[in-house]
Ligand binder design. Structure first.
Ligand SMILES: Nc1ncnc2c1ncn2[C@@H]1O[C@H](COP(=O)(O)OP(=O)(O)OP(=O)(O)O)[C@@H](O)[C@H]1O
Ligand SMILES: [Mg+2]
Length: 460
């Protein structure tokens, strides 16, 4: 169930017991629970004490425990509700089809992003929702605190649900929040699909393992649904054509060669190329989402809305969301919090890393980050090392050229260098942009301060 459905269901349970819908504070407690947010934030939003929120929460847990027949609390709310839904599945389905209490399919084809405050009593219209849902999300990571990304979630939801895009790539530098964004997205839209699957590729991602896992899931569930004997196994693409599936593949950079420009398949992963091609070219209602530091070379930035491919390069969080992260480290109110967020490009992982260091040293953003200082905690260096380690020699040369300058460099000036031929330089710039390691504005190229600092210190 996505957030909205979970709230609808909780509201109905509470309504049946008390004759009253969830009030705003109760709803905020449930949202915070589902989004791994703290009661402290809820108290701040409601301008009340944390203990008031805790009391409201504990009354709600008590009420839900009585109705669900098990101890319900902040830690197990989601799973308790899922269990309850499964064991009450026939009533649940009856409500969906007949009475229409739940609005299971979000707002039709509109992005089901932020739930309304009191969603029950809306008509439901999509009978497809009575189809059995099959999910293999065991590899999908748990979502921690998650701020903003409203716009990105809306864009992705529109691409997938309204425009029926078949192949979506979500790229961005390490730690920018690709996986977290995709988890949030999957939680919100997964019930629109018959199958929702998440696989994280390891360093040796053979296509056989991937295909056979998926086909296993399809054939098992088809047997359960229709109980034919000796069902024949079909090629993967046939299943994607027969069913509406959402498949997320995380860490797809593991498909590509290290030491080469971005997106070149490892020889043993070439078969993925033809699978992706089939998914793009053949007609079906499924969607494959590829997440990672690199995307396949053949998937270029798509400007044409008529193709079934979409690409999103994820950028950093804005100041407000960055502050939310710093708040967890007691740094949100410091004078320089905005500078800190800018300097670390709103990258949530970089911010968490530097905030931990500052917190462990006893605070003092101004003192520890005078002028243009960049702190590079060891864990952050490790993360950057993995990224830089994948670069081709040519890309490394271009990075070191850019790192010598503190200001963006004009392309004409870059071309003046006498070591890298023009065509090599152009390819390297393209590859580095695709990896989000450099930024381009008009004819100017720049490298982020954190990356520059790393490149200088480690003589990339
Ligand atoms: N919107 C967000 N709000 C709060 N924290 C976030 C957000 N997005 C990501 N984070 C946090 O930032 C860290 C990195 O996020 P995530 O793992 O999603 O990044 P990634 O881009 O997938 O990185 P990698 O490329 O290394 O897999 C995690 O600790 C995550 O909880
Ligand atoms: Mg990730």
């Amino acid at each position: 169930m996505n957030l909205k459905e979970m709230l609808n269901l909780a509201d109905r349970i509470v309504f049946e017991k008390t004759g009253q819908h969830l009030d705003d504070l109760q709803e905020a407690v449930l949202k915070a629970t589902l989004q791994h947010d703290t009661y402290k934030h809820v108290a701040k939003d409601f301008d009340c004490s944390e203990s008031r929120v805790r009391n409201a929460a504990s009354e709600l847990w008590q009420l839900l425990s009585e109705e669900l027949g098990e101890d319900v609390n902040k830690k197990n709310f989601r799973s308790a509700m899922e269990r309850w839904k499964v064991s009450n599945v026939s009533n649940f389905a009856k409500d969906v089809v007949g009475i229409g209490i739940f609005n299971l399919c979000g707002e039709g084809r509109h992005p089901p992003n932020i739930p309304n405050s009191h969603p029950p009593n809306q008509e439901t219209s999509n009978p497809q929702q009575t189809k059995t849902l099959h999910q293999d999300l065991s590899e999908m990571p748990e979502l921690g605190a998650f701020y903003d990304r409203t716009h990105e979630l809306q864009t992705l939801t529109t691409w997938i649900l309204q425009q029926n895009s078949r192949l979506i790539t979500l790229t961005g530098i390490s730690g920018i929040g690709k996986t977290s964004l995709a988890v949030q997205l999957v939680q919100q839209i997964k019930d629109e699909f018959e199958y929702a699957v998440w696989y994280t590729l390891d360093e040796f991602p053979t296509i056989d393992k991937f295909q056979s896992n998926l086909i296993q899931l399809f054939s098992n569930s088809e047997k359960q649904d229709s109980s034919p004997t000796n069902q024949k196994r079909l090629p993967l693409i046939k299943y994607l054509q027969n069913h509406r599936c959402l498949i997320v593949l995380d860490d797809v950079h593991n498909l590509f060669c290290s030491g080469e420009s971005a997106g070149k398949y490892k020889p043993e992963c070439e078969e993925y190329r033809s699978l992706f091609k089939q998914i793009e070219k053949l007609s079906h209602q499924s969607c494959l989402m590829l997440i990672g530091w690199e995307q396949p070379r053949e998937v270029t930035q798509v400007k044409n809305q008529n193709t079934p491919i979409r690409t999103l390069q994820l950028k950093g969080l804005d100041i407000a969301a960055g502050r939310e992260i710093l708040r967890d480290y007691g740094l949100a109110e410091s004078d320089n919090s905005e500078t800190l967020i800018h300097r670390y490009q709103g990258n949530p992982l970089w911010l968490k890393s530097v905030a931990t260091l500052i917190q462990e040293l006893g605070g003092g953003v101004t003192e520890l980050l005078p002028n243009d200082t960049i702190l590079l905690p060891e864990d952050l260096k490790d993360v950057l090392h993995q990224q830089f380690d994948r670069l081709s020699e040519l890309e490394k040369q271009v990075i070191s050229l850019l790192a010598k300058e503190s200001q963006p460099i004009d392309r004409a000036k870059l071309l003046e260098n006498d070591t890298i031929p023009v065509s090599d330089l152009a390819n390297a710039l393209q590859s580095l942009s695709r990896r989000c390691l450099i930024e381009q504005q008009a004819n100017f190229y720049a490298i982020a301060p954190v990356l520059r600092q790393y490149a200088i210190a480690h003589a990339v």
